[in-house]
Design a protein around this ligand. Structure first.
Ligand SMILES: C[S@@+](CC[C@H](N)C(=O)[O-])C[C@H]1O[C@@H](n2cnc3c(N)ncnc32)[C@H](O)[C@@H]1O
Length: 271
């Protein structure tokens, strides 16, 4: 498929703002490139006939014409370097599949789905998950994206990990990341919790999605938690926290709140 390639030069602050909004809006066909001298380039890719999303309309872009998807994938991959996602766990972006056995390293082939771990909300979810998990925990990851949280759960000793996503591409990425990292993850295509069996129960349920989506299923999680189970919710933009809090506090105790920049994550326990 051919994509129209647009580029704009922006400050660090502008890039951060756009990263947050694009994530909220579910628009992922962009990447940021750090320039050697100073500043950042924002690269945006539009399919033939696709309109620029409204939140990018005020920006002055240069049109670099049409490019093959693989050209910008290569550039995006070049801009990804290994980074620590949470205490002691490093994410290694890979060009192609190879086995990563080390339990403190996560190999990933960056793709178009969210979940490369660069977003604050993924890091928040990852660090809470890695703190709470115990050897033998049964873990559910709702909205698994590339499966990065599922891999952390498996590498930190979960006895079972079930990953759900509504997007087939995300399911495929999660199967791939499981293979790369030599861990076992069960995947199911699922609209929120629809693919769960009524009798299934978990020690930890993690979900990193915008509040508008979390609100649609968070109360239903009560029925899938084991005694003493915990729910980790991330993807909570600071302005939306009260909305989520009001919804959950009748049924859940908010045990922990963790923040990174404009984003929050919470740990819930059933009352
Ligand atoms: C922000 S991404 C999080 C990905 C990954 N868990 C992470 O933390 O990086 C949200 C994910 O939720 C999925 N999602 C959105 N709506 C959903 C729904 N109705 N049911 C299941 N998954 C959904 C998206 O496809 C996407 O992969």
């Amino acid at each position: 498929m051919k994509y129209r390639h647009l580029v704009a030069f922006l400050s660090e602050e502008e890039c951060e703002l756009i990263e947050g909004i694009s994530w909220n809006e579910g628009f992922s066909d962009l990447y940021f490139e750090k320039l050697v001298d100073s500043g950042n380039a924002l690269h945006v890719f539009l399919e033939e006939g696709e309109e620029l999303p409204v939140f990018l309309k005020g920006i002055e872009f240069s049109d670099l014409g049409f490019s093959e998807q693989k050209d910008w994938f290569e550039k995006w991959k070049e801009s990804l370097i290994p980074f620590e996602i949470c205490d002691g766990i490093e994410v290694i972006p890979l060009e192609e599949e190879e086995k990563i056995i080390d339990s403190n390293k996560i190999g990933i082939i960056p793709g178009m789905a969210f979940g490369t771990g660069l977003h604050e909300s993924t890091k928040l979810a990852a660090s809470l998950l890695s703190e709470l998990i115990q050897r033998g925990s049964k873990v559910l990851d709702v909205g698994c994206g590339t499966g990065i949280l599922s891999v952390i759960a498996a590498k930190r000793g979960a006895s079972s990990v079930l990953a759900l996503d509504v997007d087939q591409h995300s399911i495929e990425k999660t199967v791939e990341i499981g293979r790369i990292n030599h861990v076992s993850i069960e995947t199911r295509l699922s609209d929120f919790l629809s693919a769960l069996k009524p009798e299934e129960r978990f020690d930890i349920i993690v979900s990193n999605m915008i509040v508008e989506l979390l609100k649609q299923f968070v109360l239903d999680l009560r029925g899938f938690l084991l005694r003493d189970g915990r729910v980790i919710l991330s993807g909570i933009y600071k302005d939306k926290y009260q909305e989520l809090k009001s919804l959950v506090e009748k049924d859940f105790l908010i045990e922990r709140i963790k923040e990174d920049g404009d984003w929050k994550a919470v740990v819930l326990r059933r009352k």
